[in-house]
Design a binder for this molecule. Structure first.
Ligand code: UDX
Length: 456
């Protein structure tokens, strides 16, 4: 029997991270229980599908379920006692004051620990503030359980979670017990052995990696800090780009040209320097505020992160203001917002800039029509009730005075400039992701505006 076949794993929580991890480890040969309390979600997964939009995940779920390598349950009792590794991937929602609600993290760990065998490993995959692992270890000690705690931060991006898990830049584990940290790294090394065949089932392109993934085992607190530091640094890059974009708007420079040249410096890199409507999603906003809170708690001054957050929060309003400067008062004008997901290729609308832009437009008395190919339904909760949801781009932009592209979906970016011009009254195209073909827009007679750029 191979090591994989003899190892049973339980994953707690079948969200973006948990379901992807559980499914892929099942394909690496492990028997994996995915514990999900939500019945509707369980029913969908059981039928061989993902309940959220994620490229390649559904076919992998289906074949893992059919092979009985992935078992979906709501029961800790039926799964945990059989498992030598338990992976926590439960949600960390926001508290009303913006801080992270860790109650699910603690209750999942506590409940799991009471059922775990001695010498089993508890792996933390939920993103938690630095120091959380230490507190959970105290809970284990109170229960008089000899359980090894390993932090295993998750770096997958939504929309490309299968790809990112199969072909990671690095896998990080952190623990007070190095053997446990290494044991968790072995899961991913085994997964890497199968990655090309798994990619095939998923229908995603196998990648020839220039360099192998790095496998890093370190101290517990270091691993916890690595995750939030990575995300905070990327958020910092975005807010830096957006600050330069505001300056570019004032001095009539073009932010895309600026960042192309700046990013060509290998020490800086071009990634995450795309100016636009700012970052959203379930990770960056939360990780940035989490890092600010951890710093304050530890008496460390972190103004730079505070500023990054302020800049980000200013972007939707900045965009509406720039539109107003171009078209005059928005009262009575019709504006179409194309894109409600926080980024393309996901249906996730958490902290979505597109939704904020729509709501600010409504507060400015504009009539607002919104469109998103995947996220319209999820967005209804956060959208102002006066926003009208359109089923197509054509419907959203019909006789509109302006269009704002808020998510870089392919079908929005490839929508012909002539069709925008034909369907709209006073054709202003605000490209809030700086990704639409500006020349085509201009040639079609549209007034093109971007963030830190405009038509020349
Ligand atoms: C992020 C991290 O990339 C990932 O490693 C971590 O595990 C989870 O958080 P994700 O939230 O899925 O992943 O999205 P990502 O692709 O990183 O984009 C985050 C936000 O930044 C999106 O709203 C995106 O539109 C925005 N963004 C990204 C920019 O505004 N400009 C950029 O240049 C890049």
């Amino acid at each position: 029997m191979s090591e994989q076949q003899s190892t049973t794993i339980t994953v707690l929580g079948a969200g973006y991270v948990g379901l992807t991890t559980a499914t892929l480890l099942a394909h690496a040969g492990y028997t994996v229980y995915a514990v999900e309390p939500n019945e509707a979600r369980r029913t969908i997964i059981q039928s061989g599908k993902s309940f959220f939009y994620e490229e390649g995940l559904s076919p992998l779920i289906k074949s893992a379920i059919d092979a009985n390598h992935l078992i979906v349950t709501d029961s800790y009792e039926d799964s945990i006692p059989h498992s030598s590794i338990v992976i926590g991937a439960v949600g960390t929602p926001d508290n009303p004051d913006g801080s992270m609600n860790l109650s699910y993290v603690f209750s999942a760990a506590q409940q799991a620990a009471s059922l775990m065998n001695d010498n089993a490993i508890f792996v933390q995959k939920s993103t938690v503030p630095v120091g959380t692992g230490k507190k959970i270890q105290e809970v284990f000690a109170e229960l008089q359980k000899n359980i090894f705690y390993v932090s295993n931060p998750e770096f997958l991006r939504e929309g490309t979670s299968v790809h990112d898990t199969l072909y990671p830049d690095r896998v990080v584990t952190g623990s007070d017990k190095l053997t446990a940290a290494n044991k968790v790294l072995d899961l991913y090394k085994n997964l890497a052995e199968h990655r090309d065949e798994i990619a095939k089932i998923a229908g995603i392109k196998p990648v020839k990696q220039k360099t192998d993934s790095q496998y890093i085992a370190t101290k517990l607190a270091s691993a916890e800090l690595i995750k939030v530091t990575s995300n905070a640094f990327l958020a910092l890059k975005i807010s830096f780009a957006n600050s330069i974009a505001k300056l570019a708007d004032s001095v009539d420079a073009d932010i895309v040209d600026v960042m192309d040249a700046v990013g060509a410096d290998k020490r800086i890199g071009r990634a995450f320097l795309n100016a636009g409507r700012g970052y959203g999603g379930g990770c960056f906003p939360k990780d940035v505020s989490g890092l600010i809170a951890s710093s304050l708690e530890n008496g460390v001054d972190f103004d730079i992160m505070q500023s990054a957050q302020t800049v980000n929060q200013s972007m939707p309003g900045y965009i509406v203001e720039k539109l107003q400067n171009s078209v005059g008062s928005l009262a009575g004008k019709t504006v179409a917002v194309l894109g409600l997901a926080f980024k393309s290729n996901t249906s996730d609308v958490r902290k979505s800039p597109g939704v904020s832009i729509a709501n600010i437009l409504i507060a400015s008395d504009a009539t607002v029509r919104v469109y998103d190919p995947e996220a319209a339904e999820e967005a209804t909760l956060d959208l102002h009730s006066r926003a009208t949801i359109a089923d197509s781009i054509d419907e959203a932009i019909a006789d509109a005075d302006a269009v704002i592209i808020a998510t870089a979906w392919n079908d929005i970016l490839s929508y012909p400039a002539e069709s925008f011009a034909k369907n709209m009254t006073d054709p202003v195209l605000f490209d809030a992701v700086n990704s639409y073909d500006r020349v085509a827009a201009q040639q079609a007679g549209l007034t093109y505006l971007g963030v830190g750029r405009r038509a020349s």
